[in-house]
Structure formats: C-alpha cells, structure tokens
Design a protein around this ligand. Sequence first.
Ligand code: PBG
Length: 330
Amino acid sequence: MVYGLKEMLQRPRRNRKSEVIRQMVQETHVSAANLIFPLFIVDGENQKTEVASMPGIFRYSIDNLLREIESCMKLGLHSFDLFPNIEESLKDKFATESYRDESLYLRAIRAVKKEFPEACVITDVAMDPYSSDGHDGVVENGEILNDETLEILGKMALAHARSGADIIAPSDMMDGRVGYIRNVLDDNGFTNVSIMSYSAKYASAFYGPFRDALNSAPKFGDKKTYQMNPANQREALIEANLDELEGADFLMVKPALPYLDVIKLIKDNTELPVAAYNVSGEYAMIKAAIQNGWLNEQRAITEVLTSIRRAGASAILTYHAKEVLLNKWL
Ligand code: PBG
C-alpha cells in the first residue's frame, strides 16, 4: 500500500479510459473546413509534373488544375491557394508578368472561379515567382526597395481581384502593404475581397522545396531584410498589430510547426482569425521519414495538423489537405 493513495481524488487517467470518453473530452478538432490546399500551376496543356522534393505534390496546367480542384471539392475541400511557376523568359525586375491580363496566373484564377464559383480562391501576392532577381521586392544595387514594391503589389492585387479572387494573400513582408492593398481594392470597388496577411513570415530554411517547385529561389543573397528572424517572438506582435490596423481579415504565421508559440501568441492578442502555413519543408520532412518507414503516416500527419489547430490556428494551409480527406484520416 503506497502511503497517501486514498487522498488521490484526482485521477486524470479516468478521462482517458475508453475511446468514447477520450472523444467526449477532446479539445481540438481538425475538419475539411479548416484546410486550405496550396496548388502549383504551370503553363501548357495536360501537364502534371511531380515536385521532386514534395512526393505527391504536382504542378498542374490549367486543364489539370480544374480536374484536381473538382476531385478536392468532392472530398469537401473548398479552399485553394494558387502559386504559379513562371517561365524564366517572362521574368523581369518589376514582375510585370504578374499583372498582365493574359498571364498564366490570371487565366487560372478566372478558369477556377468560372468552373467552381463556390470555391474559395486565395491568391498569392508577391513578386518572387515573376522577378528576374527571385526576390519579393524591387532590387536596386542589391537592396530590396519597400515603397516602390508596394505599387507593384497593388497592381497585382487589383488584377487578382478583377479575375475573381476571394482572398488576397500578400506573402512579401514589405512594410505597409496590407494598408496599401486595402486602399487599392477599396478604391476600385473591391470592398468585399478579403486580405489574409502573411503577418509573421520568418526567413526560414523550410521554404526550399517550394522554391524548387516554382523555380523562384533568390538569385543573390537571402530574404533576411524583409522576412523575420527565427529567433524573434515579440516582433511578430508588431507585425500582427500593424496588419490588423491596416485592414487584414486574417493574420498568418509561417512556417507552422517550428512557430507554434508564435501562433499562440498572436491568437491570444487578436480577435481576428489566425492562419498558419504548414510549409513545403515541413511536408518534405514528414514524407521523407514516412518513405523510410520511420513514422506512421496517418498518425504523424494528423498529429501535426491537430497541433497547429491546438496552438490557435483557425485555418491551415497544408500540402496534406487532400490526402487526409481522401484517406478519411480526420
Ligand atoms: C514567396 C512565398 C514563399 C512561400 C510562399 N510564398 C517562399 C519564400 O518566401 O521564399 C513558401 C511556401 C512553402 O514553403 O510551402 N512569396
């Protein structure tokens, strides 16, 4: 007989004793409604090429993109974030391809909204896929110019809104861009187009596979003068507060898993919904371990998504979105 045992009134294990009770007291759930599926687009017809560092993730031409979205919609997955792979010859210093009316990206937005008006199309506003420098801003003498970049982001956001975007997601980290884009949208009558701001976007090692997918890596230097230092937490509040004041509808943290503390911090300091981007490198890590037989696929992936929700994210941008629904893992 262990001394003191009869005084042990609380036995937390009682609430874990059966599957029914475990489910009854479960605090966090992930459902299709929380998921946003990022999709890569390439020019051409009948294209579907796998991203080498992201097994199971493809670049689609518009015709195949529509098929992919149709199959997602049937699974109850209704939100998509589109990213274009742009041919090198179309890139320039000012990302002019990003707002050309017949560009791949704008054609894709229009095609998706025409075919699936009820889908939620999120569009990425940033120069890097179209920039000959591979940066998210205008480059002059090796420097990334802020205010000159805003003008281009405004043109890009307006082109997306005109093409039917439901939510504009600026991922560039220039100062003042949420307010600038909000004004451009409102002045042109797009008061109902939302902004999901990449508020706390870190200069992370985990974007590598995404840059492979789009061929969008910086041609020189890194992104540390605009993306945040991974060592900083309080700075995320400065960014989040500014984006809220400037008119953002969602505040995003990116990447997700290495920054769960930042998700929680922002969640505790805003009434706005928080989104988190479970990025390409996080996906690649999990897939590599699974391919080696080192992790159980269903358990690892659902644990990751649940953890991001538990930290406070309402919406999760994740490359796992389709597979978790297809395999009925949630
Ligand atoms: C660029 C952008 C990046 C991602 C989304 N938008 C990469 C970067 O900042 O270099 C990364 C997404 C991912 O890794 O899945 N504007």
